[in-house]
Write a protein that binds this ligand. Structure first.
Ligand code: SF4
Length: 310
């Protein structure tokens, strides 16, 4: 899954001020972007990923701390679990031998798949995934479509350039059109009847309130796949899988979500143009933020509450 990308962090200077990293001379794209560079062709363009856009939508200020300042963030247990299970699922597809499972019973196949998850941590989750995959295989075999069981993309990184129009988001108009670099690693892409289905794995617990965020993420992937030179295929559906809740969902692409996601891209650029990344303070959300101790909005709230975060 690793693309060799190494994150460069900012640092504190001798006066205790935070110093952002600066793009390297050969960087083609960056989060430390300046809209005034737009006509300087040796300068990088803005990089946007599904995660960076998600961070911006969660809280503009958190995006600034995390992506522009490049301040280190706490690694939570949930983040660690996500990384380990994603890596194991990627390796699973690389190691299974379809020829061996072709004639197995469901139970034999389930055991074989369980044995192909190269981790023992989080076995409750990997056992659920093995059962899900065994059922998917049996269904594919019943329909004589075993070749569609294997994903056509497995943790596939794609890159593309797209144009964000000055008026893509009337609420956040831009001073001009911008070309930006979009990048993402798509957990899985399945192909059914010649159509591509991007499919996302989440290791948290499913809640219906996550649907809007999931649709935004899948809209981003659809846009990325369509704009990338490295992917071909019509995308009519997308889906997600939450093994902790045994929840699988596939739906037709949602045009409203795509429009809304594109508006979010313009809103992000608008913040760069204005050099203004506003905090969106909400106590229940902010207690989980790595930057709660330095965020002006959280510090104000703490003063008003007369209490401490710790
Ligand atoms: S503490 Fe809250 S408002 Fe401040 S950056 Fe974090 S999420 Fe945003």
């Amino acid at each position: 899954m690793s693309d060799g990308y190494k994150r460069t962090y900012g640092h504190e200077n001798e006066n205790g001020e935070w110093v952002r990293p600066v793009p390297k001379p050969d960087d083609e794209y960056t989060y430390q972007w300046n809209p005034e560079w737009i006509d300087e062709h040796d300068k990088p363009i803005l990089k946007i990923t599904k995660s960076s856009l998600g961070s911006f939508k969660w809280c503009n200020k958190q995006y600034e701390f995390s992506y522009l300042d490049r301040r280190p963030q706490d690694q939570s247990e949930a983040m660690l679990k996500g990384t380990i299970v994603h890596d194991a699922y990627e390796d699973f597809y690389k190691s299974v031998d379809i020829k061996k499972v072709e004639n197995m019973t469901f139970t034999e196949m389930n055991d074989y798949f369980v044995g192909h998850f190269p981790i023992t941590d989080y076995s409750d989750m990997t056992d659920s995934i093995a059962t899900f995959e065994a059922q998917r295989f049996v269904d594919a075999r019943n329909e004589d479509k075993i070749d569609e069981w294997m994903p056509t993309g497995n943790e596939l990184q794609l890159d593309a350039k797209i144009t964000i129009g000055a008026n893509d988001n009337p609420k956040y108009p831009l001073s001009r059109d911008y070309i930006v670099h979009i990048q993402g690693i798509i957990d899985r892409i399945y192909t059914e009847n010649g159509k591509s289905i991007p499919f996302e794995l989440k290791t948290g617990v499913w809640k219906d309130s996550k649907k809007t965020t999931m649709r935004r993420e899948m809209s981003f992937y659809k846009m990325l796949m369509e704009a990338s030179d490295d992917w071909e295929g019509e995308i009519t559906h997308w889906g997600w899988y939450y093994p902790a809740s045994n929840y699988v969902y596939v739906e037709e692409v949602n045009k409203r979500s795509i429009t809304s996601m594109k508006k979010s891209l313009a809103e992000l650029i608008h913040s760069y143009e204005q050099n203004n990344f506003k905090p969106s303070y909400f106590h229940k959300k902010c207690v989980h933020c790595s930057f709660v101790g330095i965020c002006p909005a959280a510090l104000d709230a703490e003063l008003n509450r007369g209490s401490s975060w710790v």
